[in-house]
Design a protein around this ligand. Structure first.
Ligand code: SIN
Length: 478
């Protein structure tokens, strides 16, 4: 694919226009640590103006018939697919993920736009038979108001559309703050939104390195009625505390610590394929990435050997190069964390079957560790890197207890050919999502979200629209 720099837009998108600023910051390519361009570091005063403008535009957007809003979203969907290659290119440059994964992400991101263009038409209310009066009771659903969306660097486009598409379909206006590592994908998308005819001010993009300052301003503003965040549990907790000052609605898609259980009745070769899919997408930098593999004693060696064989064949390199399956981690800090987790596990007796080393720059070799001690850091913290940590278990109860022994509860996976066990275990796992005999669970039509400290709210599916709607009850006297 040829480099097309016209899609690296070095301007923020405010009030329907691409604007410059005096102060700018560099965006780095994680594969080389070279700058790929600069974007404006928008000052807080301008963020305040954007909020006021978003509030103004919300008044006309919320009364625009859903048929029209839906048509604009469908146009945006078409434009997103038409610019699939350009968007993927930008995404690989700034996030490092392999180009093939970026292309798949564009399709995934587009699927949220199409889904919510349709789902927006089904924001039904209820008619309610009154039990204690002759009044006519009914409910309607109305847009929440101005929404602040804060999106992460690991899925620069899909996490954006998963928030922005339902918000726009519901009739909300949105101020987006993309991660400072990956603003270019959001700005390229803003150009498409502008072309699609989404009114200026209904969707704005603030680029800034002052994540804490902007986050606080968005979370505490009286004019913003909802904040939707994807990122770490620590930042989510702070935003929730700040949002409490104005009793703002929140959707939080936070950290995970996903278990992957391989029972003795599993199809081992299917389990290995599922494990690779669930672990190595985006080099393991995914909230639903497996962090802990629990493998039954009777199939432990067989699974470990087959997994090691697959993992040792994964090609590491610049995401722009052919055949690369594992790109760089996002930055040096991410590499340091992975290194620390591997060293800690090895220090407690784990054995490295393959990988285990920091290559050059932000690259870490795909790794399999066996005989990992349950007290290792890797068992308790999200590693966010290409490391498989294998633990043993003997009974189903032991596996479930170990899987649930975490404050997080986003995704969980298990492999078994026993249908009764499949029902039983899926009900007992404390997580918002369960993959049975699959390592791929993400889908625009399904509710994505976690329990415990992995977050509140659901994205995607019809539940994802409700996050941006208020239910109003109306009682109509005789
Ligand atoms: C995430 O890592 O937050 C999202 C992953 C997905 O949607 O599959």
């Amino acid at each position: 694919m040829k480099m097309d720099n016209t899609w690296l837009i070095e301007k923020a998108y405010l009030r329907g226009e691409f604007i410059d600023a005096e102060k700018k910051f560099d965006v780095l390519n994680p594969a080389t640590n070279d700058s790929i361009g600069k974007v404006p570091d928008i000052p807080l005063a301008q963020v305040e103006q954007a909020i006021v403008y978003a509030d103004k535009t919300w008044n006309s957007w919320k009364t625009t018939p859903i048929g029209e809003r839906s048509k604009l979203l469908q146009k945006l969907y078409q434009l997103t697919l038409e610019h699939r290659e350009q968007l993927a290119h930008v995404m690989t440059l700034e996030s490092g993920k392999p180009l093939q994964e970026s292309l798949v992400e564009v399709d995934y991101a587009a699927s949220f736009i199409l889904w919510f263009a349709e789902e927006g038409k089904r924001a039904y209310g209820d008619t309610i038979p009154a039990v204690s009066s002759e009044n006519k009771l009914f409910t309607i659903k109305q847009s929440v108001g101005v929404v602040a969306a804060i999106t992460p660097w690991n899925f620069p486009l899909a996490m954006l559309t998963r928030k922005v598409a339902p918000a726009l379909a519901a009739g909300c206006s949105v101020i987006l703050k993309p991660a400072s590592q990956t603003p270019f994908t959001a700005l390229a998308f803003a150009k498409l939104a502008q072309h699609a005819g989404i009114p200026g001010g209904v969707f704005q993009v603030i680029t800034s390195t002052n994540s804490q300052g902007v986050g606080k301003l968005l979370a505490t503003s009286e004019l913003i009625r909802k904040i939707s965040f994807t990122g770490s549990t620590a930042v989510g907790r702070t935003l929730m505390e700040q949002a409490a000052s104005t009793i703002k609605r929140t959707s939080m898609e936070l950290g995970g610590n996903a278990p992957f259980i391989v029972f003795d009745d599993a199809d081992i070769s299917a389990a290995v394929s599922g494990a690779v899919a669930a672990k190595f997408r985006n080099a393991g930098q995914t909230c639903v990435s497996v962090n802990r593999f629990y493998v039954h004693d009777d199939v432990y060696e067989q699974f470990a050997e087959a997994l090691t064989k697959e993992v040792s064949q994964l090609k590491v390199g610049n995401g722009m190069d052919d055949g690369v399956k594992v790109g760089p981690l996002i930055n040096e800090k991410a590499v340091e964390k992975v290194k620390k987790h591997v060293e800690d596990a090895v220090g407690r007796g784990a054995k490295i079957q393959t990988g285990g080393s920091h290559l050059e720059g932000n690259f870490f070799s795909p790794t399999v560790l066996i005989d990992v001690h349950p007290d290792s850091l890797i068992a308790t913290e999200e590693t966010f890197g290409p490391v498989c940590a294998l633990f043993r278990f003997a009974t189903e109860a032991e596996a479930i207890d170990a899987a649930n022994d975490t404050p997080f509860g986003l995704a969980a996976y298990f492999y078994s050919e026993n249908v009764r066990r499949c029902h039983r275990v899926s009900e007992q796992l404390e997580s918002g999502m369960v993959g049975i005999n699959t390592g791929v669970i993400s889908d625009a039509s399904a509710p994505f979200g976690g329990v415990k400290q992995s977050g509140v709210g659901r994205e995607g599916s019809h539940h994802g629209l409700d996050e941006y709607l208020e239910v109003k009850y109306i009682s109509y006297g005789k």
